[in-house]
Design a protein. Sequence first.
Length: 50
Amino acid sequence: MMVLRIERWLGADRGGSAERWLSHQLAYDLWQARLTAKRGKVLHDIRAAV
């Protein structure tokens, strides 16, 4: 996995921990999903849990 390569290359103590990179990727993916949903009204049929 790429994050393990980055971790090995940078070193976890120098900002290269796999967890940190996965956290950044997750935040980016969620941002992209929200933009897509907002633009396409993808979620208009889904009701909020009560």
